[in-house]
Design a protein around this ligand. Structure first.
Ligand code: GLN
Length: 493
């Protein structure tokens, strides 16, 4: 019998179309797996009743011969940053712990329209700030890949760590994530799954709890490049509720996976290989380079000279925008109110109680860099350097079709190791993902190899603006060449 929870979306869609399985069967298999997988704490809210209702509706559509969505009957999870009408949306915070949105985000609506089944809402770092899910008010998610002793001691990465862990462990077939400075790509790398941050402006941000609006992008996470292509196709497209979404047609991303990348020029940026680069990561990167060369791509050394400024620039801009975006949580709208003797005291009490320490740190930092005395020195300067980083990519793309680089500087770290790190040390984990975020360029992360201790290591393919098709095409070839075994050590026993 087919193990329904290890199928890829493309395979399950095929079986559904052939009527070999039903959406209800597929959904029940995932609901059972979610129960077994509760130890991972991947879900904040499970929605089994909604899932079964969605699945039954899909089966009815199929039986009646009605028009079907491209993902009809496919069970997915949504990052708990996406507003889902009538279903609690917490942003993994105490502030929104009881917030039930009256409306649906555009991306989750599009996925619904494509026929997907929603299994529930998955964990994230609080307000998507972090790289481990350790800042979640609902507790940390465990990486389904165990350490060498067989213990769940590793973080899944973040902020879309719940999405990555759920996909890796078979607790959903695909999931939405969001990426501001790496939150799809880094957890994908840590959990051995695939995820793409599309071009800024490819997907609507409407109804996604805002972190840093000039950087936030929705994207899919799944067990193959093809599955990501299918999900992205359903998620993308213009939206009257978000003027930053490009009025461009959405290509058939799955059709771009031709399997042939002969003659494609792939850039290898020297700045991503600093002297102290983790040797496990370097080894997998070299393997990826070789595999692409073997597939007929031309490997070209390139330079992205402003790379070293990306991290500080990102943390200035992201915190500045966060401090502004999060001012809406004032105890008057959306949230729980903590009373005070005066209006100011009520604001203060509500925000002190509702936000975790990482969120408060970033609001303070953002308020500081936007303050009258420091605005020019920090915020304006950061904006200028952001432009230089963007120009680096534009220049590189005059000669190459895409760029291959590591997704994260290390494999998954343990909770214990992360607890001992200062906040700034944890920010260093975003070193390879923030440059393309600042440039707004699309970037895919896919698992290519294992570390010596058996942990997944992902590589990143960064592409030209709105050229996700090439990124996915190259990723698909690399995926097949790498033959990465997706099964976490847990499942293998
Ligand atoms: N880890 C990064 C941060 O904490 C990225 C987060 C994200 O992309 N949402 O800001």
């Amino acid at each position: 019998m087919t193990d329904l929870v290890t199928l890829h979306i493309a395979e399950a869609a095929d079986l559904l179309n052939k009527k070999e399985i039903s959406a209800v069967e597929l959904t029940n298999a995932h609901l059972a797996e979610m129960e077994k997988g509760r130890i991972l704490n991947a879900y904040i809210t499970e929605t089994p009743e909604r899932a079964l209702a969605d699945a039954e509706a899909s089966d009815k559509r199929r039986a009646a011969g009605s028009a079907l969505g491209v993902l009809d009957g496919i069970p997915i999870a949504n990052k708990d940053l996406y507003c889902t009408a009538g279903v609690r949306t917490t942003a993994a915070s105490k502030m929104l712990a009881n917030f039930v949105p009256p409306y649906e985000s555009t991306v989750t609506q599009k996925l619904k329209d494509a026929g997907t089944v929603m299994l529930g809402k998955v964990n994230t770092d609080q307000f998507a700030m972090g790289g481990s899910t350790m800042t979640s008010y609902f507790g940390v998610t465990k990486n389904p890949w165990t350490d060498e002793q067989g213990a769940y001691s590793l973080v899944p990465g973040g902020s879309s760590g719940g999405s990555a862990a759920a996909v890796a462990a078979g607790l959903c077939m695909g999931a939405t994530g969001s990426d501001t400075g790496g939150s799809i790509r880094q957890p994908a790398s840590f959990c051995g799954v695939t995820g793409i941050k599309p071009t800024y402006g490819r997907c609507s941000r409407y109804g996604i709890v805002a972190f840093a609006s000039s950087l936030d992008q929705a994207g899919p996470m799944a067990r193959s490049v093809k599955d990501c292509a299918l999900l992205l196709g359903a998620m993308a497209g213009a939206d009257k509720w978000d003027s930053t979404v490009a009025e461009l047609p959405v290509p058939d991303f799955a059709a771009a996976l031709t399997g042939d990348i002969r003659g494609k020029k792939i850039g290898i940026p020297k700045e991503y290989r600093p002297a102290g680069l983790n040797e496990q990561v370097a080894k997998v990167w070299d393997k990826g380079i070789q595999l692409l060369r073997d597939a007929g791509a031309e490997i070209v050394d390139i330079s992205l000279p402003h790379t070293k400024y990306a991290l500080p620039v990102y943390y200035i801009i992201a915190c500045a925008e966060a401090s502004s975006n999060l001012s809406r949580y004032d105890g008057v709208r959306y949230t729980e109110r903590v009373p005070g003797a005066t209006l100011d005291e009520m604001y203060e009490n509500t925000r002190t109680d509702g936000f975790g320490s990482e969120v408060i740190r970033r609001i303070l930092l953002g308020t500081f860099v936007l303050s009258a005395g420091f605005y020019d020195a920090y915020y304006i300067r950061a904006q200028r350097v952001r432009r230089l980083i963007y120009d680096d990519f534009q220049k590189a793309f005059e000669t190459v079709d895409a760029i291959l680089a590591p997704a994260a500087p290390t494999p998954a770290l343990s909770y214990e190791a992360m607890k001992r790190m200062s906040p700034v040390d944890t920010y260093l984990g975003d070193v390879f993902t923030t440059p393309s975020s600042l440039a707004g360029a699309p970037a895919l992360s896919l698992p290519v190899g294992l570390s010596d201790t058996g942990l997944p290591i992902g590589l990143q393919i960064i592409g030209k603006h709105f050229d996700e098709s090439t990124v996915l095409q190259i990723g698909d070839v690399l995926e097949k060449a790498a033959g990465f075994d997706l099964t976490p050590r847990r499942v293998k026993g």
